[in-house]
Design a protein around this ligand. Structure first.
Ligand code: SF4
Length: 412
């Protein structure tokens, strides 16, 4: 059944999902002085190519506008003063605002690098890809994940290598100028499993100087005790992107990951880190969450749902991206998934997190533009989860107070 304009108007989560799947055309000539706001940047492996906007209901998102499928979309953004009007097949849907472009985007670090080439806001958190390009892009046999655009990004929208000093300057600028609460580090694969060695100096400095929440997304290190060390260092989130749960598809889509690590190493790391959190108990002053990340739309919805079930059974929280056939990637000519096929996946994301009592939506001021967060998917579920919701509301309040205290303690 086609999704109506009335349905997306009533349900901003459905609109966010529909825009991931269909993209939108952008009437550049009608845009006001704010242009495209933060600009159209290629950040993150397979997602952040589009227009950063805030939808009704305070849902931050990144809408594909550059890809071929977006040029055929029924949606169109038209300038409307400082905001944008969203139309579908000529019918008015809603008005959205551009995500504010921070003043520090136009400043430089003391080494002279533009700050937005050191780190960018993805929604309301700071994302940093601090090291050289993932090795899968530079080895002669080129075994990169086929949806990935990282090898196309670096040195274009993003500086290649960033010193600890440069990153710290940008973290301070983003905290002071944009009120960020969370810094996310992301690396690809490096020969010799060096990704955690590379990240640790950045993490130590941020924790010592700011008290902000910090997360890392890297391949699974063969020495699992490194995650105990990260936890002791104050890291709050570890994320493992295995992308695809179907083993045959995993091999096809992610040849480098398959040859180097194999799906089981990802699953073992998720299990180990979730258990690490369980053993130490839920701490709101020193939180630790484990994420397993998948891309929906490159395997069957049933397989994505099986992945969500596996991750939540392990005690981790799924991050579910919607496949975006980015320009220039191996998969640029594939189609994104149909919205209707994705709804059960995102419904299951919410239901499974609530069934397992996972701490979703607790961290303060974190709006993510690149994915639908589990808590945003409540709108797809008809289950009330009253007790779980009440418990999460209390946790959110306590977490906010504790986080403010931790940040202020570093400032004085
Ligand atoms: S591991 Fe895959 S998705 Fe990640 S940066 Fe490398 S090629 Fe891209």
């Amino acid at each position: 059944m086609a999704i109506s304009v009335a349905a997306v108007r009533e349900n901003p989560a459905l609109l966010k999902l529909d825009l991931y799947c269909k993209g939108a055309r952008l009437d550049m000539a009608s845009l006001g002085g704010g242009g495209t706001g933060r600009g159209l940047l290629r950040t993150r492996a397979g997602l952040g190519s589009g227009l950063e906007v805030v939808l009704p209901g305070g849902l931050w998102t990144n809408v594909p506008v550059l890809e071929a499928f977006a040029q055929r979309s029924p949606y169109e953004f038209q300038g409307d003063g400082d905001g944008l009007r969203l139309m579908r097949d000529g019918e008015y849907v809603t008005t959205v605002s551009l995500s504010p472009r921070p003043a520090w985007y136009d400043q430089a670090t003391s080494s002279g690098k533009p700050m937005m080439r050191v780190g960018t806001l993805q929604g309301t958190y700071l994302g940093v890809y601090p090291a050289k390009v993932c090795d899968y892009w530079v080895t002669p046999e080129k075994t990169n994940c086929h949806f990935c655009s990282v090898g196309l990004n670096l040195g274009v929208d993003d500086a290649t290598e960033k010193s600890v000093e440069e990153v710290i300057e940008v973290v301070h600028a983003a905290r002071d100028g944009s009120g960020i609460t969370y810094v996310d580090f992301n690396t690809g694969h490096y020969e010799g499993d060096t990704y955690l060695d590379i990240l640790e100096p950045y993490i130590r400095r941020i924790k010592a100087e700011t008290g902000l929440l910090v997360g890392v997304q890297t391949p699974p290190h063969h020495d699992l005790s490194r995650y105990d060390a990260l936890k002791a260092m104050g890291v709050n989130r570890v994320s493992f992107c295995f992308e695809i749960f179907d083993r045959e598809r995993f091999r096809e889509v992610c040849p480098g990951k398959d040859a180097q690590y194999g799906l089981d190493r990802y699953l073992d790391a998720i299990r180990y880190c979730a258990e690490l959190g369980r053993r130490s108990g839920l701490s709101l002053s020193d939180p630790w969450v484990t994420n397993g990340e998948i891309v929906a739309g490159l395997e069957s919805p049933e397989s994505s749902i099986a992945a969500i079930n596996w991750i939540t059974d392990a005690g981790a929280i799924p991050t579910v991206c919607v496949f975006r056939p980015l320009r220039g990637t191996d998969y640029e000519s594939l189609e994104p998934p149909e919205t209707e096929a994705m709804i059960p996946v995102f419904r299951r994301l919410y239901d499974a997190c609530m069934e397992h009592g996972l701490p979703i939506g607790c961290a303060p001021n974190i709006h993510v533009s690149l994915v639908l967060l589990p808590e945003e998917c409540a709108a797809f579920s008809d289950r009330p989860f009253r007790w779980q919701r009440a418990k999460l509301a209390v946790m959110r309040r306590v977490f906010l107070a504790l986080h403010h205290r931790a940040v202020q303690a570093r400032e004085h």
